[in-house]
Design a protein around this ligand. Structure first.
Ligand SMILES: Nc1ncnc2c1ncn2[C@@H]1O[C@H](COP(=O)(O)OP(=O)(O)OP(=O)(O)O)[C@@H](O)[C@H]1O
Length: 739
């Protein structure tokens, strides 16, 4: 291999995604063109490149770089250039000049070992010092990790992710067990981890390799929603991933089961291999929910029918017999499930149930799986409703930021009502049930035809199908015809019929477009011109929500957001630490229990500050601070959160979001592009969930063929779960046997 040492003069091309870069580099003889993968390159840095000279047909002689090493500059001029290049957050050209004037060549030593001395310079305070120190150390660590990993085929972008998960322990962790990469680092698959392992000398038929591979296959399968993988499927995947004889996979699977890394059980006649957390959760949910259902709840001896009549009189309605059954069932049963589509009266029933328990002097707690759904429930009932996490959470462990549930803690109430119950996964259900004390009534309200929970399990369906609990299915629609085509069409979709499109005075429109590119233009025009003209009360950013089935492609979330940001937000300043602009609509993409918020206005009786912003919460960027590199976001109209630059990857633009992410939320105006995508994604419950998010207007843009395909397609990813059979087994002792 040849080598080339020089200083980066300028960057000709840089691909943000894969860090591929073409740049000019100057050695003591000439300026050359070099190319390779460089995630942290900036003008002024000195590198020793290793690779080879190649001749490009148009651009001539170039240095194609395989590996590289960064050399810290030693001349004062070099140091200043390096610092000014932006490679350390918080230092720009002016600060760089001042730092070198004051500390000379000692500056790197000072940043690393005596950081507080930086305060001797005007304009550098505590926050900035932390920013400079963290960025310097991070840059150095990531570079070390990259030097180690790049010889094993790990891309710089993956190296950065590895660093994010393991921090400074990354190299030690990978050396000890390279397979942890595929288990713990998103986007690093078993193949990459296996490649590193093989390079570190682990043999193809090593039990360690095969057992890690089996665990990986089980976890990957369950991450799609199942709680176990059928053994035959595991074998098939095992053969193709591990490339070893089936006997070896069998042997190692048995070893994993014997040593309690995995579990194997027969579920309804099928051999299933379980990841232990899901197995424990399903076993525990079975035990707890059956004891709630089977424990005799106190007979409240209430004149329920009279109370229902009072509610009907006060609200000028007359309940359907199924609605009455649901309300009375909630009083008489330990557990009740109420399921129904939009407009079937679920919220009205909840209000009546609340009133009855209030009159009986019983304490009711309400919650929903997402913040938005909880907020909607509060608004509809005028009572406090929390996220389930908040309801049952007791503390947050500060070290790993995981939520801890105290198993001895129980909710102090007589009744728990959960809305949007179709979104509850098996882990959350288990934690919820742990917090509910015996003889508490649990009422689960939801729409079982919507998309299943994001996390694993099919809890609501399994509970309904087990036939062990009181279930009321509401089918009569109270929001009819002209009043809401959105509601009636949602029901048509749910029964496999095409919706009524573009009826007079409708709130449900279809705009036909032949090609995705044209749809994109139509969509932008709709949002920027036609819809705002149609109803001046609608806010283009706050009230319009584009929902799309996909993340990738022309009409996927990423592209739509890029285009809509340009069209809807006139601010377009460039910042070196973020692509967000003031005014952007953004969404939090993971539960962050630690992040602090402050109330914009002090409200009597409410805390002025608190912690926690959750996956799916939508907010608006209100400020970008270039001094501290922070972005301020307003959530829920009154909570301000200041995001430090390292937390910004938890935020995404939210002009468009996926239908999956929109579960549990509602928007005034919903616009959905409808085009063919991966068949398993293009399903009835996906379009049904999307349509039911709209309150005032729904516009579909795209192809009728794709819409009709989705409505007919009831084949979705099949989830394998055992909850239903476990419940049945306890009741009948039939279908789940230990093998
Ligand atoms: N028995 C009834 N008679 C007359 N109107 C009713 C009856 N039940 C419900 N409604 C009305 O129908 C509308 C829809 O009811 P509600 O909001 O309770 O349904 P929902 O199932 O919660 O719907 P969504 O999920 O779309 O919010 C409301 O305006 C409600 O007042």
């Amino acid at each position: 291999m040849e080598s080339l040492e020089g200083v980066v003069r300028d960057i000709i091309f840089q691909n943000e995604e894969n860090a591929f870069c073409i740049f000019r580099i100057e050695d003591d003889k000439d300026i050359h063109i070099a190319l390779g993968t460089f995630p942290f390159i900036s003008v002024g840095q000195t590198y020793i490149l290793k690779g080879e000279w190649v001749l490009h047909a148009t651009f001539g002689k170039q240095f194609k770089c395989e590996t590289y090493e960064e050399v810290m500059p030693n001349s004062l001029k070099g140091i200043e250039k390096y610092l000014a290049s932006g490679s350390i957050s918080g230092i720009g050209p002016i600060t760089a000049k001042k730092l070198v004037e004051k500390f000379g060549s000692e500056i790197f030593n000072i940043i690393e070992n005596d950081t507080r001395r930086l305060m001797e310079l005007d304009g550098i305070g505590e926050k900035k010092i932390k920013l400079i120190y963290d960025s310097y150390i991070k840059g150095r660590e990531v570079k070390n990790i990259m030097v180690f990993l790049q010889s094993y085929g790990v891309t710089p972008k993956q190296a950065l992710k590895i660093y994010r998960v393991f921090g400074n322990d990354a190299i030690a962790k990978v050396r000890q067990n390279p397979y942890v990469l595929s288990e713990e680092v998103p986007s690093i698959g078993f193949k990459t981890a296996d490649g590193i392992a093989r390079n570190l000398g682990i043999e193809i038929d090593s039990p360690f390799r095969i057992q890690s591979g089996i665990t990986h296959i089980v976890n990957e399968y369950c991450a799609q929603g199942s709680t176990f993988i059928p053994r035959s499927e595991l074998m098939e995947r095992g053969r193709s991933v591990l490339e070893v004889p089936e006997a070896l996979i069998e042997e190692n699977l048995m070893h994993s089961v014997m040593t309690n890394r995995l579990a194997m059980e027969k579920v309804n006649g099928m051999d299933g291999v379980f990841a232990l957390p899901y197995l424990y959760a399903e076993v525990s949910v079975t035990k707890r929910i059956l004891s709630l259902a089977l424990d005799e709840v106190d007979d409240l001896k209430l004149p329920v029918e009279d109370y229902i009549r009072d509610f009907e009189r006060d609200n000028h309605i007359s309940f359907h017999e199924k609605q009455i059954e649901a309300i009375a069932g909630a009083v008489h049963n330990g557990i009740e499930i109420i399921t129904g589509g939009p407009g079937t009266g679920k919220t009205t029933i909840i209000k009546c149930i609340l009133e009855i328990f209030d009159r009986a002097g019983k304490k009711v707690l309400m919650a929903a799986p997402t913040g938005r759904a909880a907020k909607r429930m509060s608004e509809a009932t005028g009572r406090e409703s929390k996220t389930i996490h908040r309801l049952i959470e007791l503390g947050v462990s500060t070290e790993d930021e995981e939520v801890l549930f105290d198993e001895d803690h129980t909710l102090n109430c007589d009744v728990v009502i959960i809305d949007e119950a179709s979104m509850i996964d098996v882990m959350l259900m288990n934690n919820l049930l742990k917090a509910i004390k015996p003889k508490t009534r649990l009422i689960l309200v939801g729409d079982v035809d919507q998309l299943p929970s994001v996390g694993s399990g099919r809890v609501l369906e399994d509970l309904i199908e087990s036939t062990a609990f009181k279930v009321v299915k509401l089918q009569f629609i109270y929001r009819q015809g002209k009043e809401s085509y959105i509601t009636t069409n949602a029901h048509r979709i749910n029964t496999g019929e095409m919706p009524q499109l573009n009826a007079k005075d409708s709130d449900f429109f279809f705009i036909s477009e032949a090609r995705p590119e044209e749809s994109l233009d139509t969509l932008v025009e709709l949002i920027t011109k036609r819809l705002p003209n149609f109803n001046k009360k609608w806010d283009r950013v706050k009230d319009f929500q584009v929902l799309t089935p996909m993340r990738k492609g022309e009409l996927g979330v990423h592209n739509l957001n890029r285009v809509l940001q340009k069209s809807l937000n006139p601010n377009n300043r460039s910042y070196d630490f973020t692509d967000f602009q003031i005014g952007d609509k953004v969404m939090q993409t993971k539960n962050n229990y630690m992040i602090k918020w402050k109330k914009v206005k002090r409200v009597f009786g409410e805390p002025p500050e608190g912690q926690g912003i959750f996956n799916g919460d939508i907010g608006y960027v209100t400020g970008i601070n270039t001094e501290d590199n922070t972005v301020s976001v307003l959530f829920d109209e009154d909570k301000i959160v200041e995001f430090e630059s390292q937390d910004l990857d938890e935020l995404e633009l939210a002009y468009a979001v996926t239908i999956h992410k929109s579960q549990g939320s509602e928007f005034k105006v919903v616009i959905i592009p409808v085009f063919m995508g991966p068949p398993l994604l293009m399903s009835r419950n996906l379009i049904y969930t999307g349509v039911t998010r709209a309150r005032e207007l729904l516009v579909l843009v795209g192809s009728k063929k794709a819409l009709s395909y989705m409505i007919r397609n009831t084949r979705t990813y099949e989830r394998h779960t055992s909850l239903k059979y476990r419940i049945l087994n306890v009741l009948d002792n039939v279908s789940v046997e230990e093998t």
